[in-house]
Design a protein around this ligand. Structure first.
Ligand code: HEC
Length: 631
């Protein structure tokens, strides 16, 4: 079947090259038209101006300070097209000059429904357009040159649904899947018409009824099959007409007893037919997952050194899968971080590696085709998994993971032979490695960690050739490219991700080059208006955007501890500032840097609402009640 698809597809391509504007402009070799550079997601850069010999003089050239109120999670990837960088927060899309950091345009999203989620992983580029999904389920197309909106469609309307991952655009289509598995959605991957936004096809990640694979899902009618969302962009092979989508975990995440079987097609890499969305084949990385070990990274497509047609994908289970795309066989499964105790969860707590927030997240593998080497960056963090009582159903205690701050998260970068899966070297990073790795033609590997280290490694040995303090966490986007013959490295810096031990810092895109200096140009953007119309709403939005992701919207605890014991911070901005300024890791350093005094004052006000028992709640003083909304 794949060969027939290829013929049909190539016919289309030849015809299209005459008429279709999509094909009018070829991608320049160092442009980033997807989060992972191109459709193969190799993230390899064919540039050699920055070399192992001169990388020591790399310095920051300029940075643009984003300054979106009530936004702390900054986990966008980067695009670079022409001489423009595109970056997203959940509230806006920015176009920035790739050499000077000057703002070209900014597009503020108008939310139409309640937002589910706090992050955007970025945009995709195609045919002069920028495409991105939003946390309230819109898919938006902008003119890449001007930022002018072209179309906007509302797709995700179900409870808990949204778009987090970045779309990819190819051949007049935009490809994107919905999240979030952990909200109990039923995942689907979709193709849209790039000119109109019309949905062309959809593929559900969880088969029901008579659909193939459905028999292996659960047998409890009270628990509808759910999960299988998307955190990462797809990859695509124009020659075979396949789009490769990485499917996330089943739901409920840990209570696996209610969903017997393999839970297809969760935690799988699936090959779908570009034209109609029918599934060609799949490989499931973790069947019947009990640890929240999704495949949340983009797959890398490559030819091994002997010509083998390969796909590699890294998972939260801490392994890299190497699959032969011709035979569909698993060729290797190589660890990229500590692995221990991956068996079923029992009553007694056991230290499992990686834990829920370990392994490969955001970014998976990169590939250097010159040397046949795969690289992967991971989070090295073990958590305890045990059972807690289930008041609703005492016979079935609930398996639950608990973070382990006794050994806080570290990072690991691993170089792997792309055909055998053999480990070539490993580098232990000071903090979680979430940023995408960038191998270059000159034999460098650019990397970063959430401790703010921008690293240049020797791609052959893993030796650190240069380490720069970026002044904030590197939480995702990291690219290299050239403008007017000069090679640059650009990174998304600052803010937080759910991963702890980060150094936060103000949100920015920083550009580095060999001609940088110690006083880089800083472009400060005028802040967007604060979300919320009353002061109380603004306070809630600020708390929700900065603290809720980790401590829960009600401050009753989320991924990290409850704030209920901390009533002294409620309504007391001075105490909150002191706490935030001196709190040691793993809690990130949010003030000063990321948060302004005004932001902290709002958070303290909202903590008063959240942490004061209902009986003791008092009306705020009149002055506060009447203060006008802040710009
Ligand atoms: C990236 C995740 C993250 C974010 C964002 C975050 N925190 Fe934390 N916070 C933590 C972690 C992790 C701890 C636990 C530290 C420990 O146990 O050593 C913590 C601990 C705390 C504690 C101490 C709780 C206790 O009783 O021990 C307070 C208070 C707190 N955070 C307040 C805040 C506030 C207010 C915000 C928003 C301005 C915030 N945090 C944002 C991760 C986060």
């Amino acid at each position: 079947m794949p060969s027939r698809v290829a013929c049909v597809f190539l016919g289309g391509l030849l015809a299209a090259s005459v008429a279709c504007p999509m094909c009018a402009r070829a991608q320049a070799p160092d442009e980033w038209i997807t989060m992972n550079k191109d459709y193969s997601s190799q993230r390899y850069v064919d540039l050699d101006q920055i070399t192992p010999a001169n990388v020591g003089s790399l310095k920051e050239v300029c940075e643009v300070r984003i300054n979106d109120p009530a936004v702390a999670v900054f986990t966008s990837g980067l695009l670079m097209v022409g001489r423009t960088i595109y970056v997203n927060t959940l509230r806006a899309t920015y176009a920035i000059d790739a050499a000077s950091c000057d703002l070209r345009w900014r597009y503020q999203i108008a939310f139409k429904r309640p937002e589910h989620g706090v992050a955007s992983r970025g945009s995709g580029y195609g045919d002069g357009k920028i495409f991105f999904g939003t946390v309230d389920g819109q898919l938006i197309a902008l003119d890449a040159e001007t930022g002018k909106p072209l179309w906007d469609v509302e797709n995700a309307i179900g409870h808990g649904e949204n778009f987090i991952s970045a779309p990819i655009a190819w051949g007049g289509k935009v490809f994107l899947g919905i999240g979030v598995s952990d909200n109990g959605i039923r995942g689907r991957f979709m193709a849209f018409d790039a000119t109109t936004g019309k949905e062309l096809w959809r593929w559900y990640t969880i088969p029901l009824g008579n659909e193939p694979g459905a028999q292996s899902w659960g047998n409890k009618p009270s628990v509808p099959p759910a999960g299988g969302g998307f955190w990462a962009s797809a990859s695509l092979d124009p020659m075979t007409g396949e789009v490769f989508a990485p499917v996330a975990n089943p739901f409920p995440d840990y209570l696996a007893a209610v969903r017997p079987g393999a839970n297809l097609y969760t935690n799988s890499i699936v090959s779908l037919n570009i034209s109609n969305g029918k599934m060609n084949w799949y490989h499931q990385g973790v069947p019947h997952d009990q640890h929240d070990w999704d495949l949340g990274t983009s797959p890398t497509l490559y030819r091994g050194r002997s010509g083998k047609n390969m796909l590699a994908i890294a998972g939260k289970d801490g392994t890299v899968l190497g699959i032969d795309r011709d035979s569909k066989e698993l060729v290797f499964r190589t660890p990229g971080t500590t692995r221990a105790n991956d068996g079923p969860i029992g009553a007694n707590p056991v230290l499992v590696c990686p834990g829920t927030l370990g392994g490969a997240q955001w970014n998976g593998t990169s590939y250097n085709p010159d040397t046949g080497t795969l690289y992967t960056g991971m989070v090295d963090w073990c958590w305890y998994y045990g059972e807690v009582p289930n008041p609703a159903d005492p016979a079935h205690p609930i398996p639950t993971p608990v973070w382990n701050f006794a050994a806080p998260p570290r990072g690991q970068i691993t170089a792997i032979d792309g055909e055998s899966g053999d480990i070539l070297w490993q580098y232990r990073a000071a903090g979680p490695v979430l940023a995408g790795l960038v191998p270059t033609k000159s034999g460098l590997l650019f990397a970063g960690d959430v401790r703010g280290n921008l690293l240049a490694l020797d791609a052959r040995t893993g030796a650190v050739l240069d380490r720069l303090d970026a002044g904030g966490a590197l939480n995702n986007g990291l690219i290299s490219y050239a403008v007017d013959g000069t090679q640059y490295v650009a990174a998304v810096v600052g803010g937080v991700a759910l991963n702890t031990a980060g150094v936060a810092g103000p949100l920015r895109v920083s550009i580095f080059g060999l001609h940088g200096n110690d006083t880089p140009k800083i472009v400060r953007l005028v802040p967007l208006p604060r979300p919320g119309s009353t002061r109380a709403e603004q306070a809630a939005k600020e708390y929700d955007g900065v603290c809720a992701d980790c401590h829960g919207v009600n401050a009753a605890g989320g991924t990290y501890p409850t704030l209920e014991r901390q009533t002294q911070l409620a309504g007391n901005p001075e105490a909150l500032k002191a706490f935030l300024a001196y709190v040691p890791p793993p809690m990130p350093r949010l003030y000063p840097g990321l948060l302004s005094d005004a932001d902290v004052a709002l958070i303290a006000e909202h903590l008063r609402v959240l942490l004061t028992p209902p009986s003791a709640k008092q009306e705020p003083p009149a002055a506060q009640q009447n203060s006008p909304p802040r710009p």
